[in-house]
Every structure is written in structure tokens, then in C-alpha cells.
Design a protein around this ligand. Structure first.
Ligand code: ADP
Ligand code: MG
Length: 230
């Protein structure tokens, strides 16, 4: 079976003033549909950069990034927005909810890019909130919810449009152990029961154990776990 996400000799170099900052240096990775990949590595090793490239938020400097055989680096921005809306659910460390919108309105946001009717949107929002166990918080504002509840709203927002894969950037980095475990179990359910392919950046070794694969990034290259200790 061909890979869902195929990363080949991928390079990313940022420019700081006229100083090049190489961040990803020729990485290769294949992620298959249904995989749950945990992406580990020290701070500054390029983990968020890689997620942003997979999400089509940023463009690689060189190399190929094929998703479902589409070279997303080559898509024009107008097509990329539609591609992203249909395929990518993003979950952030600090939830990134809109503070002025209640839980249901936050979850509805990605659906405003589709041509679903208002009643269809409401139905999907209700289903997503139920999935994360927050049906009774639909009208609550983010400031009225705990960190764990806000992250569950963010998960509902990420899955409401039924995307192909979920990209999570340290989704439990701001949560206590017990709440982190609840979030990790929710992500695992989305993977095992709903077949969502997941790529999750994490520093938490116990988060990585939920994954089907773990890869380690160090200074812009994939390394074996043992090499990180050297
Ligand atoms: P990680 O998520 O693993 O901590 P990042 O991918 O955020 O690492 O960053 C990797 C490196 O790239 C860091 O050295 C960071 O300073 C640099 N970097 C990230 N974004 C930019 C940018 N927009 N411009 C310049 N340098 C950047
Ligand atoms: Mg990061």
C-alpha cells in the first residue's frame, strides 16, 4: 500500500536577515493511513516546522511532500486552503480557541469554509461535541472552561469536518498528568476506532507510548532514540 504522507529528502531553511537558518536537513518519512506517529526531539529540532509543512501552512525549501499522491508544496495558495480544510485537523498546545466565541461556535468555524447549511453544521457540531463529552458545555465560553475542556473543544473543532489526518503540536504540554491522559486516550480512540491518521509532537514519553510509531528528530535529521542520548 502506498503511503498517505510521503516525505522525501525534505529541506527547510529559514532566513534570518541575510543569514540562512537550516532547520530540516534532508528528512525522509512515510506515514500510512491509520498510523499514529509520535514525533519527539529536543526543543528547536524542527518538530513544529515539520508539522507546519505537512499541514501546508509553510512551504519546504527543497524535497517532496506528497500527501495522497498530491505534491502539496506545488499547490497554489487558493487550492491549498481548500485542501487543508478537507484534509487537516490541527490541535495546538494552547488550544487556540477564539475567546469571544462559545464552544459550539468555535467548533463550527472550520465548517464555515464548506457549503453545508446552517442546520447541517449544527448537527455536525453537536456530534463532535458529543464525541469529546462536552455536549453540556456547548454554550460555555473558553474562559469558563478548564484547560482540559478547552483542549477537548479544540479536538472537536479539529475533527468536525472529518479530516484525513490530525496534526497535534504538544497537545498535552499545558495539562496536568490526569487531564493529559484523558486527552491522549481521546486521541487514541480517534485513531483506533475512527481511523484517523495522527502525527503528534510530544515531549512526554508516556504520550509516545499510545502511538503506533515513534520518530526522533535531532538538529533537523531523524535519529535513532539511542543517538539522542549521545
Ligand atoms: P521545535 O518545534 O522542535 O521546538 P521549531 O520547528 O519551532 O522547533 O524551530 C526549529 C528552528 O527553526 C528553531 O531554531 C527556530 O528558531 C527556527 N525557526 C522557526 N520558525 C522560524 C521562522 N519563521 N524564521 C526563522 N527561524 C525560525
Ligand atoms: Mg515546537
Amino acid at each position: 500500500m502506498s503511503a498517505l504522507i510521503s516525505i522525501r529528502e525534505l529541506y527547510k531553511t529559514y532566513q534570518r536577515g541575510n543569514q540562512p537558518v537550516p532547520v530540516l536537513m534532508g528528512i525522509n518519512l512515510e506515514i500510512h493511513a491509520g498510523d499514529y506517529v509520535s514525533l519527539m526531539g529536543p526543543s528547536g529540532s524542527g518538530k513544529s516546522t515539520l508539522l507546519n509543512l505537512i499541514a501546508g501552512i509553510d512551504k519546504p525549501t527543497a524535497g517532496a511532500l506528497l500527501i495522497d499522491d498530491i505534491d502539496i508544496a506545488a499547490l497554489p495558495e487558493s487550492e491549498l486552503a481548500n485542501w487543508r480544510a478537507a484534509n487537516v485537523g490541527f490541535i495546538f498546545q494552547f488550544y487556540n480557541l477564539m475567546p469571544m466565541l462559545n464552544a459550539a461556535k468555535n467548533v463550527e468555524l472550520p465548517l464555515l469554509l464548506t457549503n453545508l447549511s446552517s442546520s447541517e453544521r449544527k448537527k455536525q457540531v453537536a456530534t463532535a461535541l458529543e464525541l469529546v463529552g462536552l455536549s453540556d458545555r456547548a454554550k460555555h465560553m473558553p474562559s469558563e472552561m478548564s484547560g482540559g475542556q478547552q483542549q477537548r473543544v479544540a479536538i472537536a473543532r479539529a475533527v468536525v469536518s472529518d479530516p484525513t489526518f490530525l496534526l497535534c503540536d504538544e497537545p498535552t504540554g499545558d495539562l496536568d498528568r490526569q487531564t493529559a491522559d484523558e486527552i491522549l486516550e481521546m486521541l487514541q480512540l480517534l485513531n483506533s476506532k475512527f481511523g484517523k491518521t495522527i502525527v503528534m509532537v510530544t515531549h512526554d514519553p508516556s504520550a509516545a507510548k499510545y502511538a503506533t510509531h515513534t520518530v526522533h528528530l535531532n538538529k533537523g535529521k531523524f535519529v535513532k532514540a539511542e543517538e539522542l542520548l549521545l
